[in-house]
Every structure is written in C-alpha cells, then in structure tokens.
Design a protein around this ligand. Structure first.
Ligand SMILES: Cc1cc2nc3c(=O)[nH]c(=O)nc-3n(C[C@H](O)[C@H](O)[C@H](O)COP(=O)(O)O)c2cc1C
Length: 206
C-alpha cells in the first residue's frame, strides 16, 4: 500500500520499497500470515555479519496466540503498548555479546542485528507487511519471560502488520496523529563528510 504522506521525497534515486517504508503507528488488528513472517526472518538470516557470527536471535509472538502476544506486549514500555497492541505479531531482537569462535567481545553485534533487521524490513515491504522497530522495551521483563541466557542482550522489539485506517475507532490517544506526521531527514551533506568531520564530502555537493 503506497501512502503519499509517508513516502520519502528523496534527493537522489532510491528503490521504491525504501521510499515507501515507514514505521506505522496505526495497524489493522489482524494477524500476519506465517509464510510472510518466515520470509522476513529468512531475509534476516541471509544478512552479512562480522565473521559470519550471525549474532542475532529473535523471540516471536503471533497475534493468533493470545497468551504469547499478551506476554510480548507486556515487555514493551507503556507508550509502545498503546499502538503495538494492534500489530499482527511482535518480535524481540537480541544480539550475542561475544564471538562464539574465541569468546572475545563482538563490538559490532548490534550493527549486525541492525543489518538483519533491515533485510527483514525490506522483505516485509516486498510482501506488503510493515514493521515498526522499538527501543522502548523492558529488558528485565524480557529476560525473565523468555529465560534469556546472560550472553544475549535484548535490544529491540519489532511490531509487524498491515497499516490501518487513521480514523479507526479502536485507536487510543494521539496514535492517529503520530501516524500522520511527515517523515523528516537531514540532507546528505550533513552526514557524509569529506576531509574533516562536518565538512560535506565533495560528492554530496554535486
Ligand atoms: C532501533 C529503533 C528503535 C525505535 N524505537 C521506537 C520506540 O520505542 N517507539 C516508537 O514509537 N518508535 C520507535 N522507533 C521508530 C522511529 O521513531 C522511526 O523509525 C523514526 O521516527 C523514523 O520514522 P520512519 O521509520 O517512519 O521513517 C524506533 C526505530 C528504530 C530503528
């Protein structure tokens, strides 16, 4: 579903699914098909990672499993529960803090969890499934609920679903307003630098 308010207005050419991706606050309260969830995790599986460590792990709770979904929802901060309760599934993203090969700290574990999350997100866009990532989680509750081993750190949650109608009567608070906000980004010269930090790379100046 293309949503013109949310579609990026890029300064340079990008893939349509990158332009159309956004993080919905309004989800239709219905499940996401298991086959689509599997495709998304399969895309995550094939992400690049340092030393092919694949430090990512996920816990998945589908809307169809009411008990599991309620447990997952309870592991989000309240502000996220307000809108994520309508998602079709919720997952938590974890990263392994040490390399399996030698036990030394994996400085890029979070980066690689992000790589996997990005692949998952774009695969979802290809299938019409949107995701909204969250840092607003309750790590202690997550550790207890899922018996997470010490060497794994919970970092993120992912809400999966289909964008809903902003005038739907099941929405709470300012969820619809947040969903309608335009997507803002800083321009390339403000984050791609050349000879000195803060000096735009020549390529960005055209
Ligand atoms: C790692 C990560 C954590 C985030 N945490 C939250 C969160 O806890 N609550 C929330 O409402 N949005 C959260 N977001 C969504 C961002 O606010 C959103 O991606 C950003 O505003 C850009 O909007 P867009 O994704 O629609 O382009 C998070 C996004 C990422 C990638």
């Amino acid at each position: 579903m293309s949503n013109s308010i949310k579609t990026a207005k890029p300064d340079h050419d990008i893939l349509p699914i990158i332009a159309e991706r956004y993080s919905p606050y309004v989800f239709e309260p219905k499940p996401v098909e298991r086959e689509k969830l599997l495709s998304m995790f399969e895309a995550a599986r094939w992400a690049a990672s340092s030393f092919n460590e694949q430090p990512w792990r996920y816990v998945l709770a589908e809307r169809t499993d009411e008990k599991a979904f309620a447990t997952a929802l309870g592991c989000l901060v309240e502000a996220n529960q307000e809108w994520a309760k309508h998602a079709g599934a919720i997952a938590f993203g974890f990263a392994k803090k040490q390399f399996t090969r030698n036990g030394s700290p994996n400085r890029v574990a979070q980066h690689d969890l992000g790589m996997a999350g990005s692949s998952l997100t774009l695969q979802g866009m290809h299938l019409g499934v949107y995701v909204h990532m969250m840092g607003g989680i309750e790590p202690t509750k997550i550790r207890q609920a899922y018996k997470v081993p010490e060497e794994f750190e919970p970092f993120t949650a992912i809400a999966f679903g289909y964008p809903g109608k902003p005038d739907a009567d099941y929405l709470d608070g300012d969820v619809a307003k947040r969903d309608a906000a335009a997507r803002e980004r800083r321009p390339l010269p403000e984050f791609v630098f050349g000879d000195t930090w803060g000096n735009p790379a020549a390529a960005t100046l055209g």
